[in-house]
Design a protein around this ligand. Structure first.
Ligand SMILES: [Zn+2]
Length: 78
């Protein structure tokens, strides 16, 4: 296995994931938060708006979307 650089915090780690084990739990937390926001309201005009409301930065948001981690995002124009 090779060293990889965590896309969230930039530390090096050995795993098949994109993020280190510290950030894995942060990812899970962010994804749960996003999904609960989108359950109540998926009337967002843009990813930027969702980012502002959720407090989750665009890099992470786009990564979750690219990895199909978020449901209810279909109505938002990307
Ligand atoms: Zn990390």
């Amino acid at each position: 296995m090779e060293f990889k650089k965590c896309v969230r915090c930039g530390c090096f780690f050995v795993s098949t994931n994109d993020v280190c084990c510290n950030c894995e739990s942060k990812d899970r937390f962010d994804i749960a938060k996003l999904n609960s926001i989108l359950e109540d309201n998926n009337d967002f005009n843009s990813i930027e708006e969702l980012s502002t409301i959720s407090g989750i930065n665009l890099n992470n948001l786009n990564r979750f979307i690219a990895n199909d981690k978020i449901s209810g995002i279909e109505n938002i124009s990307l």
